[in-house]
Write a protein that binds this ligand. Structure first.
Ligand code: NDP
Length: 277
């Protein structure tokens, strides 16, 4: 079985560097594929209140032989619940759906600067961590300005920042900020949603030369540059082969060649600075 490295947060806890994402996975399907992922060896699941599949994830965890303390579970606070009392209630709802006493990581899903409540949300996460219902706290989709603001205002740094990141959109600035401040970077849509990134000739050439799949090369690249990476798949063979990417190692030249694929126009998802949903 492949061995997944762990990375250490600044709060002392650890996260498996490779996890399993379940965005756009129906509740029933999530139950099935998370069950499969746990059998394959994944020990890190990434869900969110807005995905509508926390209950399915919870059923898979409950049915699995894997002990609770051996699985790292992340969920996220949705944009309509940034106010203090709403955020407190939202975590309880997520825990109830998941059937868990705690999550390992709770993230603010989007800063949504236009709404202007992200600092309230961050203060609430700091409070919630003290209750033990969430072990570590972080953020997702924060422009650097808002990230700096919450740290400045509270003195508490997120342990991780989950952002869109793949070979065609590499987020050099936010990664450098994270590195300088002890904040891990976690890549969402790490395979570029399974589209252009996986057919990029630079990626497919490396894959052919190594006898690996393009997705394995991309996952190996994320691991090599220090990202936490959470590919999603509902396809059994891909769930397995993506996990086995931990056995694929890239040369420095290959890492550099993929580094050159970065593009300012490569963003697939919404711009966090403009988020209005
Ligand atoms: P990914 O980059 O993980 O790509 C998923 C797509 O790639 C699916 O269509 C999947 O198809 C396909 N795929 C997976 N493995 C392979 C493979 N080996 N070969 C070819 N195609 C493959 O996209 P996501 O957007 O799902 O991102 C991953 C996770 O990140 C999410 O599930 C979620 O947990 C998180 N996320 C967080 C966001 C945030 O705002 N914080 C936003 C977006 C995502 P199939 O399933 O049919 O196999």
């Amino acid at each position: 079985m492949s061995t997944v490295p762990t990375l250490r947060f600044h709060d002392g806890r650890e996260i498996p560097q490779l996890g399993f994402g379940v965005w756009q996975v129906e509740d029933e399907v999530a139950e099935k594929v998370v069950g499969e992922a746990l059998k394959v060896g994944y020990r890190h699941i990434d869900t969110a209140a807005i995905y509508g599949n926390e209950a399915g994830v919870g059923r898979a965890l409950a049915a699995s032989d894997v002990a609770r303390e051996d699985v790292f579970v992340t969920t996220k606070l949705w944009n309509d619940s940034h106010r203090h009392d709403d955020a407190v209630a939202a975590l309880d709802t997520s825990l109830e759906k998941l059937g868990l006493d705690y999550v390992d990581l709770y993230l603010i899903h989007w800063a949504k600067p236009k709404q202007g409540q992200y600092l309230d949300a961050w203060r609430t996460l700091i409070e919630l961590q003290k209750t033990g219902k969430v072990k570590s706290i972080g953020v997702s989709n924060f422009p650097q300005e808002q990230l700096e603001e919450i740290i400045e205002a509270t003195g508490v740094k997120p342990v991780i920042h989950q952002i869109e990141l793949h070979p065609h959109f590499q987020q050099a600035d936010l990664r450098a900020y994270g590195r300088d401040h002890g904040i891990l970077t976690e890549a969402w849509s790490p395979l570029g949603q399974g589209k252009d990134v996986l057919t990029d000739p630079v990626i497919t050439e490396i894959a052919e030369a190594k006898g690996a799949t393009p997705a394995q090369v991309v996952i190996a690249w994320h691991l090599a540059i220090g990202n936490v990476v959470i590919p999603k798949s509902v396809t059994p063979e891909r769930i397995v082969s993506n996990f086995e990417a931990t056995s694929v190692s890239l040369t420095e030249d290959e890492v550099r060649a993929i580094g050159r694929l970065d593009s300012a126009e490569g963003r697939i998802g919404p711009d966090p600075a403009e988020c209005d949903f």
